[in-house]
Design a protein around this ligand. Structure first.
Ligand code: GLU
Length: 491
């Protein structure tokens, strides 16, 4: 069985780039009926926080990603939090020392800093000169027994080509001479990422590592460890980075970047899921791009993932969001929009009728908006009539507008709520017959007086909504036609 993992560091809110990595792991695991592991890489003591982990688990589930093993679920290879696996890392580090593949490094932070400053090429990423590489191991052990502190470094073999086949990038090679010996275990006992990741991927029997391309040079160091420990290598796939439209790494400057922001703005998780799945991968052919989670699982193919940077297109995501909104039925949409309405201070007595109404209203408003938060904000037009004095004056100055609206009000007083749209058709017919008013002259005053706007929501949608909504227990109350007309007549 294939086994994949998603291994975030809980040092902040989940970035869409990381969510996409998790998603590709999820899609591939489900496609191949394999297992997905969530492993929390919390060895950066200063930056890791439990609340970020909780938030991450919540946001991933919201997005629709599920895993089979993890800190919240347990599993055969628990614990799944690296901070709880320190003894394991110690054991293998000792083994690496004993086999001569790693060594103690007594350099202090200041020593290393000095070394960097004196390096011939200050910009080089190489880092460490290998000063402690040839210390006698017995000597080192004595110094440690005497209380000296030491980190453990991996010995990178010299003059070697490190090679692997990447599922996305195909053949990748590195010159080992360009890699300095990395610390694998700090003197505090905390492992470095490149080390714990290898131990855990091996012990958790991970068969495929899909992660961001920013880790590709780490993979070279990790491969040295696999070989030093005689661990079988997993397959690797490095995903291109997610960029903004200006081709720089996606960041706050471009817009929302964390899952929590997308959620709060009113993106549907299924829309974001759909969008992220197609960020750097496409099913090809003439497949519709609006796809459900199950369909994406069915179609996903890791080998078809693109090497080129993936450009995050907010406009396309918004469009997809609207498409997914439209695919919900009234009830589902009503349920989804409710928390956003509450944020806008709406209070709704919950029953199936009001949920249905909210769903219907939201569907109509989705013609003018892309996000649930925008739609919820737009509900205000059902409960208030925001008409400018200018518009009112304009209506009052038109004889025909006065005629139209007077007759409309008169006819309305003879009806019982909720008034259907067919009523408007009857009244307009009557006006036409009686006064010969027609076309724009007839409809424009009605729409302006009822909605306060020159354009936007169509009367055939608006009227049934305000008429039926007014009968529901919604606060602030939905305003039907009669009180709207009162505003025009000033009473
Ligand atoms: N903790 C690492 C990160 O969040 C994991 C990288 C990996 O998947 O190996 O970048």
């Amino acid at each position: 069985m294939i086994r994949l993992r998603f291994a975030p560091s809980p040092t902040g809110f989940v970035h869409v780039g990381n969510a996409r990595t998790a998603l590709f792991n999820y899609l591939h695991a489900r496609r191949k009926q394999g297992a997905l592991i969530l492993r929390i890489e919390d060895t950066d003591v200063e930056r890791s926080k439990r609340e970020y982990e909780e938030n991450l688990i919540h946001d991933m589930k919201w997005l629709g990603i599920e895993w089979d093993e993890g800190p919240d679920k347990g599993g055969q290879f628990a614990p799944y939090r690296q901070s709880e696996r320190l003894e394991i890392y110690k054991k293998y580090a000792d083994q690496l020392i004993d086999f001569g593949n790693a060594y103690y490094c007594f350099c202090s932070a200041e020593d290393l800093q000095k070394e960097k400053e004196n390096a011939p090429d200050k910009d080089s990423a190489a880092g460490y000169s290998g000063k402690c590489r040839n210390l006698d191991i017995q000597e080192s052990k004595k110094r440690i027994a005497n209380g000296e502190e030491a980190a453990i470094r991996l010995k990178i073999p010299r003059d070697k080509t490190i090679e692997f086949f990447d599922l996305v990038r195909e053949k990748v090679t590195f010159d080992s001479n360009l890699l300095s010996d990395p610390v694998i275990l700090r003197s505090s006992g905390m492992p470095a990422y490149n080390y714990s990741v290898v131990i855990d991927d091996f012990l958790m029997q991970v068969t495929m590592v899909i992660r961001g391309e920013d880790h590709i040079s780490n993979t070279a160091r990790q491969l040295v460890l696999y070989d030093a420990l005689s661990f079988e290598r997993p397959q690797f796939g490095h995903l291109s980075m997610v960029m903004g439209e200006d081709n720089t790494k996606l960041s706050k400057r471009h817009g929302s970047t964390s899952l929590i922001q997308f959620r709060e703005e009113g993106y549907l998780p299924e829309a974001l899921f759909n969008y992220l799945a197609l960020l750097g991968w496409s099913p090809g052919g003439n497949t519709d791009v609006i796809l459900t989670r199950d369909k994406l699982i069915e179609l996903f193919n890791i080998k078809k993932v693109s090497k080129s940077p993936a450009i995050f297109d907010y406009q396309k995501l918004k469009w997809m969001n609207r498409e997914h909104i439209r695919r919900l039925d009234d009830n589902q949409l009503g349920e989804r929009i409710l928390p956003f309405l509450e944020k806008e201070q709406f209070q709704v007595k919950l029953n199936s009728e009001s949920i249905q109404w909210i769903g219907k209203a939201a569907r109509v408003l989705s013609n003018y908006n892309y996000l649930l938060s925008e739609i919820a904000r737009d509900f205000v037009q059902f409960t208030t009539l925001d008409i400018s004095t200018e518009s009112l004056e304009h209506l009052h100055s038109s004889e025909s507008a006065i005629k139209v609206l007077s007759l409309l009000r008169e006819e309305l007083t003879k009806t019982t709520a909720p008034v259907p749209f067919s009523f408007i058709l009857e009244v307009t017919k009557k006006i036409q017959e009686l006064y010969g008013i027609k076309g724009k002259e007839l409809y424009h005053p009605i729409r302006l007086a009822l909605t306060g706007k020159e354009s936007g929501i169509e009367l055939k949608d608006f009227i049934p909504l305000i008429e039926t909504g007014a009968l529901l227990e919604i606060q602030p109350a939905v305003l039907p036609m009669i009180p709207r007309l009162h505003k025009f007549f000033g009473n």
